[in-house]
Design a protein around this ligand. Structure first.
Ligand code: FES
Length: 378
């Protein structure tokens, strides 16, 4: 027997449950565009609480039982009241996992699905006449549509302005769903598409959704000073450009929330030069690292040739939570409670998390002779 996925409680638990995989059955595979499908899962009653999600979160998928294989994270597209957990998978050229999903996966296929993670939509203030702005490009619409659906259905006074950039009309993901939302909330959802490879009625909507375009939209189509929160999702470079422009237009930086999609295709992050472990150790020796997960401490040694806490743990036979391994998703987030660590990349943690000593363990290397990281901290 299965049940609908429900959203996570508004008040987070004092201790976080680290993400974990469960095997789920794919209930539905739906073609969204020529190169995008969405998947919905059967969630057994006994796992319903594990798959509570907040709008804007994502899940990590891997083939059933493929513990060392490719894993990819995909944003949830369903809203909090939709009664299902649905994610979007876009086919990426050379993408091992997305090709498997598009070419082989059918309803009834089992996948290992990690419990939902991510804080993109967590800062939504509930209630009152709030105005939200959303900027999305391509498959960046996925967490955004979940947030829009959820906010508009829950808060009768909230309104959303969405600018969504694509190449052509046929490449617009969730086009029908967006039109349905517009029909349902004609006064509260303002929807604008920009297209790069197809003509539009107005030159204003032709071309890339970039800083220059955003400047033209401001004033003509929305008032930056009236925006309570802005949600941005798409390729990293574009989102950084749009964020800077929103700040220049007067939107408070702490009201801008972004989710960056991998910069180089199917999770292929550009390689980076690795710094040596900063802690001073004798040649051949390593640093003692302790990871606390589900209340259990495990200690292992990390040597200079190991790129991160996650890979050092794996070499010691300890599986820590991770997904993208590229500093993008925060599945591997943990709090440093002893010692210090430095990260090679960080696209996921916010300033308050850095201040409170959270790190991405897929990017973290010790700076001290001992390091303890706690995955159970909220
Ligand atoms: S696994 Fe995605 S940021 Fe570390």
């Amino acid at each position: 027997m299965t049940t609908a996925a429900k959203t996570k409680p508004e008040t987070p638990p004092a201790k976080r449950r680290p993400p974990r995989f469960h095997r789920l059955n794919v209930r539905d595979v739906r073609k969204e565009t020529d190169d995008a499908v969405s998947l919905a899962f059967d969630i057994p009653d006994e796992l319903a609480a594990d798959y509570l999600f907040t709008p804007g979160q994502y899940v990590t998928l891997r083939r059933a039982g493929d513990t060392d294989g490719v894993r990819r994270c995909y944003s949830v597209s369903s809203g909090r009241d939709d009664g299902e957990l649905r994610v979007l998978v876009k086919r990426l050229e050379g993408g091992v996992f997305s090709s498997f999903v598009h070419d082989e996966l059918t309803p009834g296929t089992e996948l290992d699905v990690m419990t939902p993670e991510g804080t993109f939509g967590a800062k939504i203030q509930r209630g009152g006449p709030r105005t939200y702005l959303a900027l999305a490009a391509g498959s960046g619409i996925t967490p955004i549509i979940s947030i829009i659906r959820s906010v508009l259905s829950a808060d009768p006074e909230a309104s959303f302005i969405l600018f969504y950039g694509n190449r052509t009309l046929s490449s617009i993901i969730f086009r029908d769903e967006l039109n349905d939302l517009k029909d349902t909330y004609p006064e509260r959802l303002s929807l604008f598409h920009t297209l790069t490879r197809e003509g539009t009625d107005s030159p204003l909507f032709s071309g890339r959704l970039d800083a220059e375009k955003l400047r033209k939209f401001a004033g003509a189509l929305f008032d930056p000073k009236a925006i309570d929160d802005a949600f941005l999702c798409g390729p990293a470079e574009l989102i950084q450009e749009l964020r800077a422009e929103l700040c220049a237009l007067g939107v408070a930086e702490n009201c801008i929330h972004d989710e960056l999609f991998a910069p180089a295709g199917d999770g292929n992050i550009a390689p980076v030069v690795r710094a040596p472990i900063a802690a001073e150790t004798a040649p051949g020796e390593g640093v003692e690292v302790t990871a606390i997960l589900d209340g259990t401490s495990r200690t292992f040694v990390m040597t200079d040739d190991q790129e991160s806490v996650v890979t050092a743990a794996a070499a010691a036979g300890i599986e820590l939570p991770y997904s993208c391994k590229g500093g993008m998703c925060s599945t591997c987030r943990a709090k440093v409670i002893e010692g210090e660590a430095e990260m090679t990349l960080n696209y996921a943690l916010e300033p308050w998390e850095l201040k409170e000593n959270f790190v991405l363990t897929c990017q973290a290397r010790p700076k001290t002779e001992k390091l303890t990281v706690d995955f159970d901290h909220v």
